[in-house]
Every structure is written in C-alpha cells, then in structure tokens.
Ligand binder design. Structure first.
Ligand SMILES: Cc1ncc(COP(=O)(O)O)c(C=O)c1O
Length: 385
C-alpha cells in the first residue's frame, strides 16, 4: 500500500507554511533525521564522547554505507562516507595518476562542485581541460556527438553531473562511460541532483565514480554524503588523503611507510567524523526506506510531470524542454527576470531559485510535494505577470 501523503508531509515540518520547491538546493530535514541528531548530541553532552561511543560508533557508519549502497544500487564495500558531493568529486578527480599533458573532459553545465576540482588538478598536474559547450537545443544524440569529439587518447577523466543543476537534463552517463573507456579513461559523475531523486543502478552502470550528498534529495543533514567507487577501479584511484579509517585495521602500517588499505572504498575515508550527521542521515534514510525508495522515485517522477504540464499551460512561461529529467524543471517568464520572480514568489510562500548561464528559474519537485504546491506556484507566476 502506498504511504499516505498527508502523513508523509507531517514528517517534514518545513513544508507546513510554504510550497517547498527547492530541494535541489536543500531538502527539508525529516523529523526522523532531526530526532537522531538531537539524541546523539544529547548523549555526547550528558554521557561524554568516550562513553557514548560504544558499538554504535562502528555499527551506524557501517549501516549507513549499506543504506547509501541501496540508494546507489551497488555493494556496501563500494561506498565511502564523505561530507558532501564536492568531497566525493575531489576524491575521484585527484586520485587519478596523471602525466603532464593528459586531458580532462567536462562541460559548460557543470556545478563548481565538480568543475573546480578539475580546474585545480589541471593547474597542479599541467593538464588540459576540454570544455564541451552544451546548449539548450542539445538532445541526447548531439550531447554524445560533442563528447565523442572532445574525448581523445590522452583523456584520463570525463567529469559530468548526471542531472544538470541548470537545466535538469539527465546526461547519458553509460554511453559517456563507453566513449571514455574506449580511449582508456574513466568517468566521474556528480550525483548531487540525482541521488535520492531517481533510481540509480551502479552495479549495471558503466560509471567508475559517483558522488552524492545527504542534504538534498535524501532530506538528510548537512555534512554527510557518499562516494561510489567501482570495485574494479579501487586500484586505479589513489588515496589522496589518508588516515586511521583508511587502514585495513588499526595496526596496518609501520614506520617504514608501509600502510595497508581495506579492500573497498572505505580506504577514502579520513579522520574523525561528526557523529550527529551520520546518525541523522541513517535515521532519515531508514524513514525513506520505510516509505519505499521505489515509491519515492515514482512519486518524484509523477509530480515533476505534473509540474511541467502545469507550467506549460501558463502562456508566459518558456519551459526548457529536456530529453530526459529527474526532479528539476527550468524555465523563464516573459517580462520578469529570474531573480525578480524568485523574490516575488518567496513573498508568496513559494520557495524556488534561479540559476546562472543560462539565466533560468529552477523548480525542484520531490516525492513530498503535492498538487497544491504546484497550484501555488502556478498562481504565483500568474500574479507576477
Ligand atoms: C550538480 C551539483 N553539484 C554539486 C553541488 C554541491 O553539492 P555539495 O554541497 O553536496 O557538495 C550542487 C549543489 O547545489 C549541485 O547542484
């Protein structure tokens, strides 16, 4: 039986007074996540950090890795806990053994979270960055043709977001992976706008690395995310940062400089973590799993279709038509700038955002949004014009 939407919405108090349509920036925190954060903080305060550590300090991160693995569609040993998407993209981008003159291929729709690690690595290792110029007119075929032209024998990495934060377009990551693998390079995917918004199957995907955050479509806390590293690629992806958690066990190093990592992606984890975020994410994820991840994805797809249809019916709205999409919808309104529209709609209790280059208004619709949120958005836009 499908969950009751009113009951689901009650578990997300931030929805009470607003049409919350900005999950692509931050999802609303669930009661389940908030309660676990508070409980962990209370324990640390009252019992001290050492006494509150116990077994849960090991078991909750392990459960969370397994939970993220179910979101990513992979095995738990292919998941490293990170702090956010950008953290995962840095681990993937910096871990490759480049030679001067090697190339990284990326594109004009990337978020700084994926792009800046590419720029910084290029500067340090003397690499060439090939920028694929994507446009609103592109379809899947032309996107692939453009990448095919840009990827060459010296391409070591292609770095792309699965879902563009600007247009909402889903990039064909499996075909991109095929193109780069054929030339001996690897694919790193920024999953900030896909993790928790759509079904992911890393076990059958060709992507090598895939980074997701907790605070957006998974409605978790800040400071927690995950990086998938294909089991076959752990040998190719060097550890850039290392520490106690990156060891096979506590004693797996010696003074000659030898240290032994575990077999899987846990080797990319470093140092002490913020346990309230881990506990909060784990509780929040369990709540989502009780609702059913398939239900979450299906509902996101349906309400996003509903949003697109409702916006298409407004004569002043120019929708960006993407070949495929997850939960993001971008558009412009005749005679109103995106910044002005976002400000005015916020005053009417509708939370959305604008994005730059191309300058667009962006709506995020997720499983918890209902038709009344979209009606509020539509009415707000009609009042503007
Ligand atoms: C596509 C994309 N990548 C990366 C980020 C940065 O995410 P995080 O703060 O989790 O690193 C965002 C945030 O909006 C995003 O939309």
């Amino acid at each position: 039986m499908s969950p009751n939407l009113t009951a689901v919405r009650n578990e997300l108090p931030a929805l009470q007074d607003t049409a919350y349509l900005n999950t692509g920036s931050y999802g609303p925190l669930s009661r389940a996540a908030a309660k676990a954060i508070e409980e962990e903080n209370r324990q640390q305060l009252e019992a001290g950090r050492l006494t509150s550590m116990g077994e849960s300090a090991q078991s909750i991160p392990a459960s969370l890795r397994a939970g993220f693995a179910r979101v990513l569609g992979c095995d738990a040993d292919e998941v490293a806990l990170t702090h956010h998407t950008t953290d995962g993209m840095n681990i993937a981008t910096w871990g490759i053994q480049y030679r001067p003159g090697d190339e990284i291929v990326t594109n004009s729709w990337e978020h700084p979270g994926g792009l800046l690690p590419v720029f910084a690595a290029a500067r340090r290792f003397d690499l060439k960055v090939r920028m694929v110029d994507l446009s609103l007119e592109d379809d899947e075929e032309s996107i692939l043709t453009k990448f095919d032209r840009a990827i060459g024998p010296r391409t070591r990495l292609v770095s792309v977001a699965h879902v563009s934060w600007k247009t909402g377009t889903i990039l064909p990551i499996d075909q991109l992976a095929e193109l780069v693998h054929r030339r001996g390079g690897l694919l790193a995917v920024d999953g900030a706008q896909s993790g928790g918004a759509m079904r992911l199957e890393m076990s059958s995907s060709q992507a090598d690395f895939y980074a997701i955050p907790g605070q957006k479509w998974l409605c978790g806390p800040e400071g927690i995310g995950a990086l998938y590293v294909d089991r076959e690629r752990t040998g190719d992806l060097l550890q850039t940062y290392v520490g106690y958690p990156s060891l096979r066990d506590g004693g797996a190093y010696d003074e000659t400089g030898i240290f032994l990592p575990p077999a899987g992606a846990k080797r990319y984890e470093v140092g002490t973590t913020y346990r309230p975020a881990i506990a909060g994410m784990w509780s929040g994820l369990q709540w989502l799993e009780r609702l059913g991840l398939d239900w979450v994805y299906d509902r996101t797809q349906k309400i996003t279709e509903f949003t697109r249809t409702a916006l298409s019916a407004v004569p002043t709205v120019r929708l960006v038509h993407t070949p495929t999409h997850a939960g993001l919808t971008s558009f412009t309104i005749d005679g109103v700038s995106p910044a002005e529209a976002v400000d005015q709609l916020a005053k009417a209790g509708v939370l959305i955002r604008s994005v730059p280059d191309p300058n667009l208004i962006r709506v995020s619709s997720h499983f918890f949004n209902d038709e009344s949120d979209i009606e509020k958005l539509r009415a707000g836009i009609e009042n503007l014009t």
